[in-house]
Design a binder for this molecule. Structure first.
Ligand code: KG4
Length: 440
């Protein structure tokens, strides 16, 4: 072991919290807050330690360092003050809540990558009666489900409330009443447990589903996010440094699937039945429009496509002409794919990314997945397609992103509000500047 005496440095004023660094017998680093320690002279400190991993390490190795927290490492230093290495090796358990649309979801995620539980209560059957999500019903169903679902998530994970180190929650974007339910519940849980509250942007969560599925994936990469309410191209420069590079100007791809499905007499949500129907035909029957926005090659539009399908179906009905529903589903999916896939490749090229991650419910689409695979293979881009289970709304993805937001210092206090819309590079940055826990 290399040893070095750095000597006494009389610069520890005003009284800081001291961090003791040690190694165990295997060279594994450990850090702890020396709460019972302080300055006793111009060049002397005193530290009083009871039984800790740190004490064991000092006895074994007869070596330690003393450091103090600077602003950049405030969060990490807070963390070692809260979590004991005797109890927790180095794991951080986040209880995560998602309620932005018609899924109530609660999950426990460890260190942003390992899903300990992922409880979901879908309301889709209820909304299917109305052919789409009814916001007020969604809010009420979240209220009914969330408490029991939280118990289930904890039980499934084999942990208790005391094991939870932080709470993460979707605060935007989504149906405002629905988001508010999860947010209010998450706030009270964080308050009751005395743990930090981490605000998570829903779409950042969708992107983070990739971290759960692919342990080796790290930023930077280009993300193609396609859900029921949003369609975006995002340059993921770092875990919490995300830049929007393209977006739909009107409807989301998922919304377009759902409305088209309705016209074809398919149940809500229409993505999956459309997917199945499209595979029954080779298509090539219907000529559907492709949109482009002058001067903005990475932006998209789906409303014209939606209207074209609606008009086509209505005209056929009025003229009493038969509609080849499977061919229409196929040609429609091809048109959606033509909007998304070439733009994703262009975005990757423009941003200089060699990795593409897909996200959101529409990423479950069979034809789209095949098209993305082919395009990426052609252009030498590594493609990450999360499994279907992680494509739709879930709590685990919020826990994954929540971990990285936590590491970046994102914290909210009890004044955190819900937002129906919020940019992907917004808000969390503002919270980061505050760097304060709800009990600080
Ligand atoms: O990500 P998600 O579960 O919810 C939002 O955050 O919006 O996405 C739901 C959307 C719905 O529009 C649904 O119809 C669509 O994803 N979807 C699909 C497929 N499975 C779900 N769209 C196309 N093909 C699918 N296989």
């Amino acid at each position: 072991t290399m040893r070095k005496n750095f000597g006494a440095k009389p610069f520890l004023y005003p009284q800081p919290v001291m961090i003791l660094g040690t190694y165990d017998e295997n060279g594994k680093a450990n850090a702890m807050n020396a709460a019972w320690g302080g300055i006793v002279g111009a060049n002397e400190i005193i530290v009083d330690l009871s039984a800790h991993k740190t004490t064991d390490n000092i006895i074994k190795n007869k070596a330690f360092t003393v450091g103090v927290a600077d602003l950049e490492h405030l969060v990490a230093c807070d963390y070692v003050g809260i979590v004991s290495a005797n109890k927790e090796a180095d794991k951080m358990k986040i209880l995560a809540f998602e309620s932005s649309c018609d899924e109530t979801a609660v999950a426990v995620v460890e260190d942003g990558r390992r899903v300990l539980s992922d409880a979901i209560a879908s309301q889709a059957d209820m909304h299917a009666l109305y052919g789409g999500v009814v916001p007020e019903i969604a809010s009420r169903k979240h209220v009914e489900a969330i408490a029991a679902l939280t118990d289930k998530a904890l039980a499934d994970a084999g942990v208790t409330k005391r094991d939870i180190d932080a709470v993460a929650v979707t605060y935007a974007p989504g149906l405002i009443g629905a988001v508010l339910v999860g947010l209010s519940f998450a706030k009270s849980v964080a308050y009751a447990l005395g743990v930090p509250l981490i605000p998570v942007h829903h779409i950042r969560g969708h992107i983070a589903a990739n971290y759960l599925a692919f342990p080796e994936l790290e930023p930077p990469f280009l993300a193609l996010c396609m859900s029921g309410g949003n369609t975006l191209l995002v340059d993921v420069r770092d875990y919490t440094d995300l830049v929007l590079v393209g977006a739909t100007r009107d409807d989301a791809a998922g919304e377009c699937f759902d409305k088209t499905a309705r016209v074809l007499g398919l149940p809500y949500p229409g993505g999956k039945p459309m997917d199945e129907l499209a595979q029954q035909s080779a298509g090539g029957v219907y000529d559907l429009p492709r949109a482009s926005i002058e001067g903005h090659p990475l932006d998209m539009s789906f409303s014209g496509l939606k209207t074209a399908v609606v008009n086509l179906a209505h005209n056929a009905e009025q003229k009493g002409e038969p509609l080849d529903r499977a061919a229409l589903a196929r040609d429609f999916t091809r048109a959606v794919s033509d909007e998304l896939v070439p733009r994703a490749m262009l975005a990757a090229r423009t941003c200089g990314r060699k990795t593409l991650g897909a996200a959101g419910g529409v990423a479950a689409n069979t034809i789209l997945r095949a098209d993305l695979m082919a395009a990426c293979a052609r252009e030498g881009v590594k493609l990450y397609l999360p499994p279907l289970r992680l494509c739709g709304d879930n709590g685990a993805m919020i826990g994954a992103q929540g971990y990285y937001e936590y590491l970046a210092g994102a914290r909210a206090d009890l004044s955190l509000n819900a937002y129906a819309t919020r940019d992907i590079d917004d808000a969390v940055v503002a919270y980061r500047a505050q760097v304060r826990d709800i009990f600080a």
